[in-house]
Design a protein around this ligand. Structure first.
Ligand SMILES: Nc1ncnc2c1ncn2[C@@H]1O[C@H](COP(=O)(O)OP(=O)(O)OP(=O)(O)O)[C@@H](O)[C@H]1O
Ligand SMILES: Nc1ccn([C@@H]2O[C@H](COP(=O)(O)O)[C@@H](O)[C@H]2O)c(=O)n1
Ligand SMILES: [Mg+2]
Length: 222
């Protein structure tokens, strides 16, 4: 805005957005906790799974392929998912995002870096025992085509073989915040809250600054 320019500040859209990747196995509670982060800290929630399901229900050209892939618990080609995420980020007025259920594979991760040209600022990992995840998914009751015993088993295999390497990658980079995802939803959120309280304070400092590309990419939450 003119006001910002008068104060010598960089307009919001010219600053890189703050990106949080939210990872965890099927039913670990990613969507549930993202809703609480949205409510308490004003982030925009982009669930990769929801973006893909929207493509199915809007009869897009990739809809049939996406439905087959989700039914099998497999991973949709990365360029399709990354473009949906890119479109959602670009069409939002917000500058802080939770990207839930992405990246699922090293190939997802590299494709995001290539197309978007950035890395996430932080990565949350909801670490939940397998038997608890299965119990939650099978009692979810939202009519999802992949919430059945067979597909859950496949999704768990895909999680272990393809998603855990991504989680290890971010752990080695010092970007990973591991949450013990057992207990009530509120108990789990009490582990999440301090992370975003710290993010909020640091983003406030950043908003008040005049620099467009400060050190957010090496941002550390205490
Ligand atoms: N702490 C919890 N205790 C018991 N049930 C929970 C808890 N958190 C979430 N649930 C329930 O478990 C189910 C799965 O949660 P949610 O949809 O948030 O998981 P998810 O990680 O997004 O799963 P998916 O990867 O399959 O989308 C939902 O029905 C949700 O209400
Ligand atoms: N990066 C992704 C995310 C999801 N999928 C497919 O969607 C299914 C459901 O995802 P949820 O996060 O809602 O559980 C998932 O099992 C995949 O088939 C994907 O391909 N790539
Ligand atoms: Mg979900």
């Amino acid at each position: 805005s003119v006001l910002n320019q008068e104060k010598g500040r960089i307009p919001k859209k010219e600053k890189p957005p703050f990106i949080t990747f939210v990872l965890g196995g099927p039913g670990s509670g990613k969507g549930t906790q993202c809703a609480k982060i949205v409510e308490n800290f004003g982030f925009t929630h982009l669930s990769a799974g929801d973006l893909l399901r929207n493509e199915i229900s809007s009869n897009s050209e990739n809809g049939a392929m996406i439905l087959d892939t989700i039914r099998e618990g497999k991973i949709v080609p990365s360029n399709v998912t990354v473009k949906l995420i890119q479109r959602a980020i670009e069409s939002s007025d917000n500058d802080k995002f939770l990207i839930d259920g992405f990246p699922r594979t090293e190939e997802n991760r590299r494709t995001y870096e290539r197309i978007i040209g950035a890395e996430p600022n932080i990565v949350l990992f909801f670490d939940c025992p397998e038997d608890e995840m299965v119990k939650r998914v099978l009692s979810r009751n939202q009519g999802r085509v992949d919430d059945n015993k067979d597909t859950v088993r496949k999704r768990l295999e895909v999680f272990t073989s393809l998603n855990l390497p991504v989680i290890n990658y971010y752990s080695q980079k010092g970007k990973l915040y591991k949450i013990r995802a057992v207990g009530t939803e509120d108990e789990i959120f009490e582990q999440v809250r301090p992370i975003f309280a710290a993010v909020e304070s640091l983003l406030k400092l950043y908003d008040d600054s005049t620099r467009s590309n400060k050190d957010l990419l090496i941002f550390k939450v205490p």
